[in-house]
Ligand binder design. Structure first.
Ligand code: AMP
Ligand code: MG
Length: 521
């Protein structure tokens, strides 16, 4: 076993834990975590791993191939220094306070410190029951684990703040799931992802002690979070420190959501237990990627009625979630003014980031002015003409500014009739845009570079992930490995891999997994 991993488990050594050590379901009061070991699995086998994430931990291929790796990251053994636990947190689900939730199937193995002094928490998702499993099995199926593995790493390479994924390990055990909630459960292959992040603390970790009136516990968690995860604020006096911290949480959340909008990512379940205190994208469940641009689209069938977490609503929901966090923090703040200012700062940061991303996507200077309608008008057209967001923006850099033509975007349209209906307005927009670019006179090569760095060529489209899942379930991991590899360089055109940049095929339009997903995972 590689014993070069050094553990320094501050969460369990500095914060109050639950005295009971068993996975018995219970309400856990006065404590922020419960000791629990992963439940062993039948035949752990590494299906995929991330070299970049492994490197963060000082691990390499020889470690991944050694027998201990699958044993440890399948949950059968622990490395020296690991002190596994499940975190106790609550959350607002779909707008309603849900009380205690906690890590129902995630088990934190330990906090490792690498040679550069960086702290990385290792967490298994799908490692078996915990006190927070609420009657569920604590497991995860291959399809959902594969999606989490693939998307976490793709997001990292896209430049979106995210938790990372070290490994995807098949358990060799079956897991019963009623995927369509139609009363016909079937056994699916189980798999476990090892997630990696500097911190897995969520908004919900603060909300639960606040809701229970456990102010001292809340205060300990706030001080701990700042000390461990925001060390640059540690020197400030207490009041200023907490104010600066909340402001930074708001800022990081805004930055994250602005990136989601830039690349066309829809989280799908933005409950407060699924928002990270570090502004990292966390808990990849029924997430999805925008094919044809539609601000009202949500991948999550559980949310199909209200569409609370639809693409175009994400910035508002993040604000709502921050407001819930602010409410939870009231007991540890001197007054509420700074919390309101933090929320304002969220709005300003998001709008600023959005204007900067939009300028970069369009190849224009600086950030778009607040009153600039160029992008808003384009979004309206892309929506009306059922246009692929990723293909359109990637192609835009190649527009002939002296003779702009809609034909350049042929590969982006899903419905020729809708394209034709919008063609005159589209052509007007292209003329207006070309005039604007000519007027700004940015160096052409610099402009293309700027656009190609903001507009990915490859994203983990829902149907591509589903194809990788279908193959993986049939025992063939090659499609996942190929997709994972393409997504390591999402801004670089990769000759021979054009198929990965193609629009969603017709067969995938309404197929489960390709256009919609349930929470069953
Ligand atoms: P999610 O919406 O996936 O973030 O999950 C909400 C809550 O349900 C969290 O507390 C999860 O830990 C818990 N949960 C989801 N799936 C399972 C499962 N299979 N077993 C136990 N707990 C689960
Ligand atoms: Mg969750």
């Amino acid at each position: 076993m590689n014993t070069s991993l050094r553990f320094d488990n501050r969460f369990v050594s500095e914060l109050p834990g639950d005295p009971e050590e068993s996975p018995r379901l219970r309400q856990v009061r006065g404590a922020l975590w419960s000791r629990v070991l992963p439940t062993p699995v039948a035949a752990p086998r590494v299906l995929a791993w991330s070299p970049e994430c492994a490197a963060l931990l000082g691990l390499g291929e020889e470690d991944v191939q050694a027998p201990w790796f699958a044993q440890v990251f399948g949950g059968n053994r622990q490395m020296p220094g690991m002190e596994p636990y499940a975190a106790n947190y609550g959350g607002h689900q779909f707008g309603n306070w849900a009380g205690q939730l906690g890590d129902g199937r995630a088990i934190l193995l330990g906090e490792t410190v690498n040679a550069q002094g960086e702290r990385w928490e290792l967490q298994l998702k799908g490692a078996g029951p915990t006190p927070y499993s609420r009657g569920a099995d604590g497991r995860a199926v291959l399809r959902s684990s594969l999606r989490e593995f693939l998307c976490s790493e793709a997001m990292h390479h896209l430049g979106v703040p995210t938790t990372r994924a070290l490994s995807l390990v098949a358990t060799g055990d079956g897991v019963m799931r009623d995927m369509f909630y139609d009363g016909r459960p079937r056994e699916e292959p189980g798999a476990i992802v090892c997630r990696v992040a500097p911190s897995f603390i969520r908004f919900g970790n603060f909300e639960l002690p606040a809701a229970r009136g456990e102010v001292e516990l809340l205060q300990k968690l706030v001080d701990f979070t700042i000390a461990r995860d925001f060390p640059h604020l540690a020197a400030l006096p207490e009041t200023e420190r907490r104010i600066a911290w909340f402001r930074e949480v708001c800022e990081r959340t805004a930055t994250m959501v602005a990136h989601w909008m830039r690349v066309g990512f829809v989280h799908g379940v933005m409950n407060t237990d699924n928002l990270s205190i570090l502004g990292l994208t966390i808990d990849y469940g029924p997430y999805g990627w925008i094919d044809n641009l539609d601000p009202d689209w949500t991948p999550n069938t559980t949310d199909a009625g209200g569409r609370r977490y639809r693409f175009g609503h994400q910035a508002r929901i993040a604000h709502w979630n921050l407001a819930q966090l602010a409410n939870a923090l009231v007991p540890v703040m001197q007054d509420t003014g700074p919390l309101e200012e933090g929320l304002q700062h969220y709005v300003q940061t998001f709008l600023g980031a959005e204007r900067a991303h939009n300028a970069a996507k369009l190849g224009l200077r600086g950030a778009l002015a607040q009153e600039d309608t160029l992008m808003r008008d384009l979004f309206g057209l892309l929506h009306a003409a059922e246009t692929d967001m990723t293909i359109f923006f990637r192609a835009l850099a190649g527009l002939d500014l002296n003779a702009p033509a809609l034909a350049l975007f042929d590969a982006a349209f899903y419905d020729p009739a809708k394209r034709d209906a919008q063609a005159p307005l589209f052509e007007q927009w292209l003329e207006r845009y070309a005039a604007r670019v000519r007027e700004e006179a940015l160096d052409p090569a610099e402009r293309v570079r700027r656009m190609n760095a903001a507009n990915p060529c490859y994203v983990p489209r829902n149907y591509l992930a589903q194809q990788a899942i279908d193959s993986a379930e049939a025992g063939d991991m090659a499609p996942l490995h190929a997709l994972h590899d393409v997504l390591r360089h999402p801004y670089t055109e990769q000759p021979g891999r054009e198929a990965f940049a193609a629009r969603r095929p017709d067969w995938a339009r309404n197929r489960a997994g390709c256009s919609m997903l349930s929470c069953s995972s």
